[in-house]
Write a protein that binds this ligand. Structure first.
Ligand code: FE2
Length: 502
């Protein structure tokens, strides 16, 4: 008997329930690991999805078409000797045998351990935590990550992130990519493994792709170490989609989007009320005591189509049109309310796309990315104005596949325009493959954009330590992801002092 089975027997997790027909799955159904997310003072969401063969069975991961009962346990200690909550939930075939358990009633500000059981098999164990009581300014260590193209590299950065044992992981989009095998070639030109067949179009396709990504052990380690706050960007559905508009113009985008959202919910530790028919709600707030409030944004679902047919280009006046929106009216009001009423020392905006102005053309003229906030410039001014009236705002960003550290200003062309907030952009976990460092190109980019002080094109993540006095951020980078085992190092560090009484 292995250690897991022994502990399960000792804790009663293997005892068959009375009246339950005794059935067994042919092999381990916990090949996709476990996860937790969206912590509160009294609980969190626990997640798993059963799959005996991640790529098998038209999105059902080799599972039979019947429902399966899943037991779960939460313990106060790593050895599961003090079980504080337990129960059974049905993994339904119609939900691709995914399970979401929402817990409340636990103690604030402490660590918990959890695991699942299905038909005599035991899952790996996960660690998670509740948030501190609302009046406490308890310090927080959190990681920020984004963009993990499966073909472009191994997930060593996820492994290194897990080894640092953060309290919380913030994931800002492109968790998976929808492309067919070889549908998007990395800048490095290398491919270390292959996507499941075909580009994602149907619910079965997206479910299979999620299962493929989740079968990676390094990713599983990152999920098992801490609760995650997840938000999607474009590739969880389709490259550069905007609200109702597909970037390819192919018919049936509503159906495809609904399928992608459903698979996203099924495969993420999100609360049950995030899935709303054909839509999904991921803009939400999570507070960490009186220290910080995370405001997670959705910059895809409610945006106007990209100006001037999208792309990185110059001479687009449409991007300056004041009526255009990236957040949509409802989310804008929600965010403005939340920034005004937060009451916490820090306000951390977790969002997908580069907020700072970035001119991609060296010398005269200006090329901007119309998919990022530069394509929605007047709304950025309104947002920065709202942020200037909230306590210690910081923006956390993904998408760029490069680390950036930037000053956010109402007027980026005016050196005297005050800095409203700093933007911390996490490079990719794997997307675009091996690290490189084109020093001349970086020097040109920094000269062109004096409000940006750091850029790094290698893979990695951010590791941040937050107290009432300061936010200290390590930009973690790896030299390669085309081979396993690269160490992560801190290639840059910045400290942001809190404005007290702000
Ligand atoms: Fe990406």
């Amino acid at each position: 008997m292995d250690r897991r089975s022994f502990l399960a027997t000792a804790a009663g997790l293997l005892v068959p329930q009375t009246g339950m027909p005794s059935r067994t799955l042919r092999s381990d159904p916990f090949t996709l690991g476990v996860a937790s997310g969206d912590p509160s003072t009294g609980g969190f969401v626990l997640w798993t999805r059963l799959a005996t063969d991640p790529l098998g069975g038209a999105g059902l991961g080799g599972m039979p078409s019947r429902d399966v009962d899943v037991g779960w346990q939460v313990a106060a200690d790593e050895r599961f000797s003090r079980i504080v909550a337990s129960g059974t939930v049905t993994a339904r075939a119609r939900d691709a045998h995914s399970v979401h358990v929402e817990l409340e009633g636990l103690e604030p500000g402490r660590e918990y351990f959890y695991r699942f059981r299905a038909e005599g098999r035991l899952s790996p164990e996960g660690r998670t935590r509740t948030t501190p009581a609302a009046h406490l300014e308890t310090p927080l260590a959190f990681a920020v990550a984004a963009c993990a193209h499966f073909e472009h590299g191994y997930y060593t950065a996820y492994r290194r992130l897990a080894e640092q044992e953060p309290d919380l992981v913030v994931f800002l989009g492109d968790y998976l990519y929808e492309y067919a095998p070889n549908g998007y070639t990395a800048l490095s030109g290398k491919r270390v493994r292959s996507h499941s067949p075909g580009k994602c179009a149907t619910l079965a396709d997206y479910r299979t792709r999620h299962a493929q990504y989740k079968s990676d052990r390094d990713l599983q380690a990152a999920h098992a170490v801490a609760p995650w706050l997840v938000a999607f960007d474009d590739h969880e559905v389709e490259n550069n989609w905007a609200g109702p508009v597909s970037s390819t113009g192919a018919p049936g985008f509503d159906r495809r989007k609904a399928a992608a959202f459903r698979a996203y919910y099924e495969n993420m530790p999100l609360r049950r009320d995030s899935l709303r028919g054909a839509a999904i709600r991921v803009n939400r707030r999570v507070s960490w005591g009186s220290l910080a409030r995370f405001h997670l944004l959705d910059t895809r679902q409610f945006r106007d189509d990209q100006a001037c047919s999208d792309g990185v280009r110059s001479g687009c006046d449409e991007r300056l049109s004041p009526g255009r929106t990236l957040l949509g009216d409802g989310q804008w009001r929600w965010l403005e309310d939340g920034l005004q009423s937060s009451g916490t020392r820090w306000n951390l905006l977790g969002q997908q796309i580069l907020m700072t102005h970035r001119d991609y053309r060296a010398g005269p003229g200006r090329d901007v990315n119309l998919d990022s906030w530069d394509g929605y410039a007047p709304e950025r001014v309104r947002l920065l104005d709202a942020m200037s009236r909230t306590a210690n705002p910081v923006v956390l960003t993904g998408d760029a596949h490069m680390h950036h550290l930037a000053d956010l200003k109402i007027d980026f062309d005016d050196p005297d325009s005050p800095v409203v907030a700093r933007e911390l952009v996490a490079t990719s976990i794997a997307s675009d493959g091996d690290g490189y460092r084109d020093r001349a190109w970086i020097a040109d980019s920094l000269a062109e954009n004096p409000h940006i002080s750091y850029i790094d094109q290698r893979r990695g993540y951010l590791m941040a330590r937050l107290t009432g006095d300061e936010l200290s951020v390590d930009f973690r980078t790896l030299d390669h992801v085309s081979r396993r085992g690269a160490p992560a190092r801190t290639s840059h560090r910045t400290t942001i002092e809190a404005v007290q009484g702000a």
